[in-house]
Write a protein that binds this ligand. Structure first.
Ligand SMILES: Cc1ncc(COP(=O)(O)O)c(C=O)c1O
Length: 369
């Protein structure tokens, strides 16, 4: 008998957005648009990053720098944070995993919001921990007082995605301050800021200031996968106290971030126009979608991220399947217990317009049948 662990066998694996190639193969469609995985809307990486990648691939017969030296130096200047307060991962997903492996033992508790990134409960289960999902508020926001009320001596980690995936809602600076003041020091607070670059709300918390102040139980997680357009390379990072970073370094693999990703991340940080254009596209796309959703009479959640959650008031999975047949990949929300909602990523202008056309046709067909 193979000694499979029960708590691992019980895991429902994370289902990523369908890759474009898979849909092309399955449905025999050539033109596929993917607005499903919150990737960069420009539809390509930065040209500076591509140049750096071409150079870096000449040396992929060598192991990468385990210390991520150059990207650490570059990011340290960018964030005004010492290099020993930054750690890189194979995507920010790996950082989330390092925190789990570093702090969770069997029976430990992890708290997060009910409608948040599905990797948090999966990781908790992998580590044999108990996941506590706190329901969102009536306006689909993270209930921080509700999270605090669930803290027990067994609580080891709290995950908060801000802005949150999949709702796009956010926790304000004032709310965060009140929350952090009450979190007991034995609890690690992981603030997942994967979408922070798309935020335009003036009252969004500046968590790197807390890291600079040296809060020992805080880990701020960020990624190059979204606004920086490097999702396929897998590179993300965490900013935290020196002690926390040193501890997480002990857990990671010696060469956890590949050399092409390291080189591309340095170059993309230098490409300010790429970042500016990305943010501009997302801000414009958000406004466009809000306008169009209102016109179609669809409920949506105002978003601080590069995606919007949309209530179709009918089976979201059916609409998802129908959109797939037309070559449009979005995200059904059944796994988040939101069966009538879909999540759409903001893309290029023509892609956004294509989605609106398809949704309009879907709604009209429904009315006439
Ligand atoms: C909230 C959140 N955190 C982390 C990640 C992981 O990003 P990556 O591993 O590509 O850095 C995602 C990806 O979609 C996300 O939505």
């Amino acid at each position: 008998m193979i000694p499979f662990k029960k708590h691992i066998q019980d895991i429902r694996p994370y289902e990523p957005g369908k890759p474009i190639r898979e849909l092309q193969r399955e449905y025999g469609i050539r033109n596929v648009t993917k607005l499903a995985s919150n990737e960069n809307p420009l539809g390509r990486p930065s040209t500076k990053a591509m140049r750096a990648m071409r150079k870096a691939i000449r040396e992929v017969h060598l192991y990468p720098e385990g210390s991520c030296h150059y990207i650490a130096e570059r990011l340290s200047r960018e964030l005004d944070l010492p290099t020993d307060q930054i750690i890189f991962g194979n995507g920010s997903n790996e950082i989330i995993e390092l925190v789990g492996r570093g702090f969770l033992s069997e029976g430990d508790e992890v708290i997060s919001s009910e409608m948040s990134f599905l990797v948090y409960p999966i990781l908790t289960q992998v580590c044999g921990g108990r996941f506590q999902a706190v329901p969102v508020t009536r306006d689909y926001r993270c209930d921080l007082p509700g999270i605090l009320a669930r803290v027990t001596p067994k609580t080891k980690v709290i995950f908060i995605a801000n802005p949150n995936n999949p709702t796009g809602t956010y926790v304000t600076a004032q709310e965060m301050e009140a929350f952090l003041a009450k979190v007991p020091p034995h609890v690690i607070v992981c603030l997942d800021e994967a979408y922070v670059d798309f935020v335009d709300a003036g009252d969004f918390p500046k968590m790197l200031n807390c890291v600079r102040e040296g809060r020992p139980n805080l880990v701020v997680i960020r990624t190059f996968s979204k606004a920086y357009g490097l999702a396929g390379l897998r590179i993300g990072y965490a900013a935290a106290s020196k002690e926390m970073v040193a501890y997480l370094h002990k857990i990671r693999q010696p060469f956890n971030v590949n050399s092409v990703a390291q080189a591309a991340a340095v170059a993309t940080l230098d490409d300010k126009f790429f970042l500016w254009k990305t943010k501009w596209m997302v801000a414009r796309g958000r406004k466009y979608f809000y306008r169009q959703f209102r016109r179609l009479g669809l409920e949506y959640l105002p978003s601080q991220a590069n995606f919007i959650l949309l209530n179709l008031k009918k089976d979201g999975n059916e609409v998802f399947q129908e959109l797939l047949r037309s070559g449009m990949i979005v995200r059904a929300m059944g796994a988040y217990k939101l069966p009538t909602w879909i999540r759409v990523t903001i893309g290029r202008r023509s892609e956004n317009a294509q989605l609106i056309r398809l949704l309009k046709t879907n709604l009209e067909n429904n009315q006439s049948s």
